[in-house]
Design a protein around this ligand. Structure first.
Ligand code: ASP
Length: 316
């Protein structure tokens, strides 16, 4: 037994303080707090870590502020292609989808792969057929599209055509959402969902659905969900590296997470991650200018942050 804990992120990157208005910052705080409450409600009624991360990530996917589900960024073809994964720390069961457009909540698609198929990852058309067969709720392409993401793609394609330097804020370039949780029985789980990177090649898959890169959970060590430049997180098996440091070297969650975040930065991999261990400790390191993030413990008070400031308590 023990206290419940849930942490989530809404993407990391350079978020210059002037690049979002005070009202927009407030909207992010409110959005993060609402998603924290959605996950905490599951834990507070004795629900599993797996159900809690599913609920929190579904709420993040439904919020168009974040790059996942509705509001996902676009490929060079002008279409969203979404990746998602979920992992149960109790038995390392995992499910993932990549390159999908249709299911309203890609994290549910990942969970269905985990629970209803003999596989870990399904992609593209086969994944969609599987989701239809299992009755997942689909939305038309227009549901996912937002003016902000269309403008961001237009600006990026124009920039590439002109050869100008890339000085966009990372909030327009990429993003991801994710949640990690520890339930009252000590089980851990992680889930991550993303549209990937603005102007990515059609067919590009990032770290999010790659187990051990952007998503990982094992009750013996930790649950991790990452956000950032996915290619680096894949190449350095970032999420699993944190677990391995704890398992093989006896590092604390905080030390392992911080070391991996700094090592990624040294190699050019900007981003961050959220992690929780079996005792309910959380680590939220990022090597970029900011990371939309928050935590909610047994007191049910959502605590949210964007830059390096201390997390701000909100209404329970
Ligand atoms: N990690 C995501 C990807 O590379 C993007 C992000 O988190 O910003 O697809």
């Amino acid at each position: 037994m023990g206290g419940t804990m849930l942490a989530l992120h809404g993407g990391a990157g350079t978020i210059p303080e002037g690049s979002i208005t005070d009202e927009e910052a407030e909207a992010y705080h409110r959005g993060l707090a609402a998603c924290l409450r959605a996950g905490h409600a599951v834990l507070a009624r004795g629900g599993s870590a797996l159900d809690a991360v599913t609920a929190a990530v579904m709420a993040l996917e439904d919020d168009p502020l974040f790059n996942a589900g509705r509001g996902a960024v676009l490929t060079t073809d002008g279409r969203p292609e979404m990746d998602a994964a979920i992992m149960d720390g109790a038995d390392r069961a995992a499910g993932a989808v990549a390159g999908i457009l249709g299911p309203r909540n890609p994290v549910l698609a990942a969970r269905t792969v985990m629970e209803k198929s003999p596989h870990v990852m399904l992609i593209g058309e086969g994944a969609l057929r599987f989701c239809r067969e299992h009755g997942l709720f689909f939305m038309p392409e227009t549901y996912f599209l937002t003016d902000r993401r269309i403008a961001a793609l237009d600006a990026e394609l124009a920039r590439r055509a002109s050869g100008a330097a890339d000085n966009r804020s990372d909030a327009d370039r990429h993003g991801t959402v994710g949640a990690v949780a520890r339930d009252a029985r000590g089980n851990l789980a992680a889930a991550t969902s993303t549209g990937g990177m603005t102007g990515k090649m059609p067919g590009r898959v990032g770290d999010t659905p790659v187990i051990g890169a952007g998503t990982f959970a094992d009750n013996a060590t930790c649950a991790v969900s990452a956000t950032g430049h996915g290619e680096y997180f894949i190449r350095w098996a970032a999420a699993h590296d944190i677990s391995a440091r704890m398992a093989y070297r006896g590092e604390t969650l905080e030390a392992a997470a911080q070391t991996v975040s700094e090592a990624l930065a040294a190699r050019g991999g900007s981003g961050g991650l959220i992690a929780v261990d079996a005792a309910g400790n959380v680590a939220l390191p990022f090597n970029s200018g900011g990371m939309y993030r928050g935590t909610i413990g047994p007191d049910g008070v959502p605590r949210t942050g964007i830059w390096r400031e201390a997390l701000r308590p909100g209404d329970p």
